[in-house]
Design a protein around this ligand. Structure first.
Ligand code: DMJ
Length: 622
């Protein structure tokens, strides 16, 4: 209250009684008032000056706990209360004494106990971070990284196997070094022209070979090369492009490659890049049904389908091959949207009637209706079936919906598409509106491995039966190689017009370094240990060395029935990601990327099984 307003009530105006030495009562009163105002001002100033104890604590202790407590504790609401500073100082002293005791305690602990404590602290931080959401890739939630078992292997004891394995590593080195020398940063290498090559599948994203090869380099322990690749990814891998990409190809090669590189190496840059790219792919799902577009402009987020696809349809093998990667993206980002998108695809499929229990290759994303009733376990269909089985396996066999969908689909395939030739070769034909085309693609040969991988969980005692089917498909695919001049398999082979396992059309005679046949040998070897699978793999190695290896890398060939190779001049990125990886694993022990802990995406990028008992959770956003 201002002093002047008090005067009329307290002052008695009697100036006569005043003397030079003594003050009159009013004067005394005014003096008293001025003095008390002065004292009040001085006190006030003390509270407006910075609190020295806080300054000191900031400089010397950097203790956020102390800072927080002094700012928000009950005393701070009453800055004038006596003893506040003492209480703060006492708290600092207490905290420090506590810290000293804890440190003493820690020194007495065993290393494993200390480790456990650190882990708990990390987990606490993690759950705090979770509250901040996971959408900003620069602000991803903290995850505890554990390398799943079997990321690298050891040399096989058997000298021949050891030598063969070393040979595959040498092939990888030749493919990689050539790419590095002649096409570094391009998507792929032209090994004859010794220049870079880019297909329009990746828009203007660069470095497909680098990202596709990362995990192969790692598992072969080519760490100098892996580090160079990491350096390139850190500095150059850029998804901010105004270009249209294939959602499927970018997902299986780039997202899959980055995820595997993260799980193998623990390097954060790979998690960050995978999530960043995953987020760029999300607009592809903006369709009335949530079935994604095949093509997407990464800048505008505008999607569309391949102009050749039946009535504007999306393709089964494309929208059906996102599940594994997207489940891991949700796990590593804390963002459930990725998982929701792929689970919705299933929901749409489960609502539809399936002709003879089969899944047509074409589905319209606007109407949610099937397009042409064409069914294939090769091109346009293949990896959809693969991802049903692997979704179940990757969930540590908890995703029963995926399991049922896989075994039901396989039963329909067996009934409607699987046939035996008069010469006794089992093959999987293509189905067009109820009519069979007796042709099998090189791509379809992956099915031997898939059926072997799923045989163990097959319902109604069908394990043995499915293992036989898998072995028969492996044999047929081997025959497709054995019946050519170059001992490499054609793109597609037929079982009609008097031929078996032979390509009859010129445009089906090429071999582009594809992995599917070797992939099946690798699975068959792991499940049976029948030496013929390693022998068949070795035959393929010799053919690759003889006909595909050139000074500048490895090239596909235009006609596997010609007596000498005519090179197509492309070293496909999947040659490093898949073909060489599966060959290396074929000559490695079973505990290297063991199936109990890993599933391979369709581009052979290993992703960890998400363990239900959480014993070897590779990464946990808690
Ligand atoms: C790879 O990109 C993948 O395996 C895909 O699923 C289909 N085929 C090529 C290699 O042949």
């Amino acid at each position: 209250m201002p002093v002047a307003t008090l005067l009329p009530f307290t002052a008695t105006p009697n100036r006569k009684s005043a003397s030079p030495t003594s003050f009159r009562l009013t004067e005394k009163f005014i003096l008293l008032l001025v003095f008390s105002a002065f004292i009040t001002l001085c006190f006030g100033a003390i509270f407006f000056l910075p609190d020295s104890s806080k300054l000191l604590s900031g400089v010397f202790f950097h203790s956020s706990a102390v800072e927080t407590n002094t700012r928000t504790g009950p005393d701070s609401s009453d800055p004038g209360s006596a003893g506040n500073d003492e209480r703060v100082l006492a708290k600092i002293k207490n905290d420090h004494e506590k810290a000293l005791l804890e440190a003493k305690d820690t020194l007495q602990k065993r290393p494993d106990e200390i480790k456990k404590d650190i882990l708990n602290d990390k987990k606490k931080l993690l759950s705090e971070a979770k509250g901040h959401g996971g959408n900003d890739v620069n602000n991803l939630p903290f995850v505890v990284y554990h390398r799943p078992p079997g990321a690298t292997g050891h040399e096989p004891l058997d000298p021949e196997t050891k030598e063969r394995r070393a040979k595959i590593k040498e092939m990888m080195k030749h493919a990689w070094d050539s790419y590095r020398r002649y096409a570094w940063g391009s998507n792929e290498l032209r090994p004859v022209s010794k220049t870079g090559h880019s297909s329009n599948l990746f828009g203007s994203i660069k470095g497909a070979t680098i990202v596709d090869a990362l995990d192969t380099l790692y598992i072969m322990e080519m760490f100098e090369e892996f580090d160079a690749a990491t350096d390139w990814v850190e500095k150059n891998l850029d998804f901010n492009v105004n270009a249209e990409v294939s959602v499927f190809e970018v997902n299986i090669r780039f997202v899959g490659g980055l995820l595997s590189a993260y799980y193998l190496s623990g390097k954060e840059v790979y998690r960050r890049k995978a999530v960043e790219l995953g987020e760029k792919l999300l607009p592809a799902f903006k369709t009335p049904t949530g079935i994604p577009w095949a093509l997407l402009n990464l800048k505008s987020g505008v999607g569309r389908n391949w102009p050749w696809a039946s009535g504007g349809s999306s393709i089964l093998a494309e929208y059906g091959t996102l599940h594994l990667e997207f489940m891991h993206l949700s796990k590593l980002s804390g963002n459930p949207e990725f998982a929701q998108k792929v689970m919705n695809i299933r929901k749409v499929l489960n609502r539809l009637d399936k002709p003879q229990g089969l899944y047509p290759n074409y589905l319209n994303p606007n109407s949610g209706q099937w397009g042409q009733h064409h069914v294939s376990v090769g091109g346009l269909g293949d990896s959809f079936y693969e991802y049903l089985l692997k979704a179940w396996l990757m969930s540590d066999k908890t995703d029963d919906e995926a399991k049922k969908m896989y075994y039901d689909a396989l039963q329909a395939i067996e009934t409607n598409l699987m046939r035996k030739s008069s010469g006794g070769l089992t093959y999987i034909a293509e189905w067009k509106g109820g009519l069979l085309e007796h042709k099998m693609g090189h791509l379809t040969c992956f099915a031997g491995g898939m059926i072997a991988l799923g045989a163990d969980g097959a319902p109604s005692d069908k394990t043995g039966h499915q293992m036989e089917q898998a072995a028969e498909i492996a044999r047929t695919c081997h025959e497709s190689y054995a019946r050519t001049s170059l001992k490499l398999g054609p793109e597609a082979f037929r079982f009609d017009g008097g031929v078996e396992a032979i390509a009859t059309r010129q445009n089906e005679k090429y071999f582009i370094l594809r992995p599917e046949v070797i992939e099946t040998y690798m699975y068959m070897w792991r499940f049976t240990h029948d030496p013929k699978y390693r022998e068949w793999g070795w035959e393929a190695v010799q053919a690759l060395e003889k006909h595909c290896r050139v000074e500048g890398g490895y090239s596909g060939v235009r006609d596997v029935y010609a007596s000498t190779p005519n090179h197509d001049d492309v070293q496909q990125s999947f040659y490093l990601a898949e073909t060489l990886k599966y060959l290396y694993l074929l000559f490695s022990d079973d505990d290297h990327l063991a199936f109990d802990h890993w599933v391979f995406n369709t581009e052979a990028h290993p992703l960890p099984v998400i363990k239900k008992d959480k014993t070897d959770i590779p990464n946990e956003v808690e």
